[in-house]
Design a protein around this ligand. Sequence first.
Ligand code: SF4
Length: 222
Amino acid sequence: MKGLTSVSEVVAGMHCAVRLYLDRDLPAAESPRYTVAKQISYHLGETLDSDRIWDEITTVLPLIEPAMRVFHDSCIGACQVREWPVPVETDVMVESGVLGIRGMVDKIFDQAPYFAITRSSDAPANGAYMSDRVRIACFAACVHETLDLPIESGYIEYIPSGALRTCVPQPRDRRAMVRGIRAAQRIHAGEIPKRPLMAPCESCPHEDGCASRKGKRLSDLM
Ligand code: SF4
């Protein structure tokens, strides 16, 4: 597995390689919001017992703010209004030797679309966010190669909205995936990345401390 790029690196590198470079030394911290969504996701397809799931969440993340219970209850309410497919396995490590990527896919099913990823964000009005489409493109390749399944699409669970979206990766999604893979591989090889022209600085946690954002040298734009 050594030497493979993670799916999360691919997505970060797709948006801004500088961000991926700055992120690489940070400890991997899971957001409380994701902890809540992930634990609820394990129970989709069965009767959702709010108190029991919250007990599990406080076991997984003992220091979670009690106020997150409001978000939890809201997610439970949203997820109760539809039926959910039941996976045959959860949290399966998959990889693509062809692309040089790997990741933990949230759910595997015994029928198409065969896999799902879990998100803690609200669902967009239609379809899926670009970053999630690229995640699906990555996992489609990894699940196909690792489990030898005929993958054409994948599910995205948007837990806060109680939404299950089917995503069929398109060429533009795979182009973005390849761009992200190359950006990550160049950083692994020791290259210091440049700021992309359309970097999403406004939504970046490095916005205040990023020299690339402040610099904006002409040489970076050529
Ligand atoms: S502030 Fe902008 S240039 Fe810097 S890492 Fe974030 S997105 Fe990239």
